[in-house]
Design a protein around this ligand. Structure first.
Ligand code: FES
Length: 165
């Protein structure tokens, strides 16, 4: 990789290691079909999100315009250019969950977390998102925190669920 992220005075050693890991991935995928999306996926897994600095490095390393990288990132909702919370909460608003109280869960979580959908709490603990059916329709309303599915959730259970994290 030609760019040297360690020059950034704010970079911690940990960040440098992450950038190095991403550089290795770029080398591995470079020139292969669909490599940009693969690289972005893995880069986000390693770094947590895709800041402009990282987008520039990826564009430069692949010898493609920055606009191409940014375009792909903005097209797919699973890519994020801002830091994400340590845990991701996804409340299902698919039809079954919506009619059985999913909306109330969303409203209560907004109050408890003091954020809106798509935002991350101030302490960086939770990112709050909406899902469209997570395969638990029979036990709606459902929500997920990271990979754990919570079924038949009601607003009174939310505080105790959150307190596990
Ligand atoms: S609609 Fe919510 S799990 Fe299917």
């Amino acid at each position: 990789m030609n760019s040297e992220p360690a020059k950034c005075e704010h970079c911690t050693k940990d960040q440098k290691q992450k950038f190095d890991e991403i550089a290795n991935i770029i080398d591995l995928y470079k020139g292969k079909e669909g490599s940009l999306i693969q690289i972005l996926h893995l880069a986000q897994e390693i770094y947590g999100y895709l800041p402009l600095e990282l987008q520039k490095i990826i564009a430069h390393s692949l010898n493609i315009p920055l606009s191409e990288v940014s375009g792909v990132i903005s097209f797919y909702s699973f890519f994020s250019t801002v830091p994400r919370g340590e845990h991701t909460i996804r409340v299902c608003l698919g039809t079954a969950c919506y009619v059985r109280g999913g909306k109330k869960l969303v409203e209560r979580l907004q109050e408890l977390l003091k954020i809106q959908i798509g935002q991350t709490t101030e302490n960086g603990k939770f990112t709050f998102e909406i899902a469209r059916c997570i395969g638990a329709c029979g036990l709606a309303p459902a929500m997920m925190i990271d990979d754990t599915v919570y079924k038949q959730v009601n607003v009174n259970k939310l505080e105790s669920i959150l307190s596990k994290y």
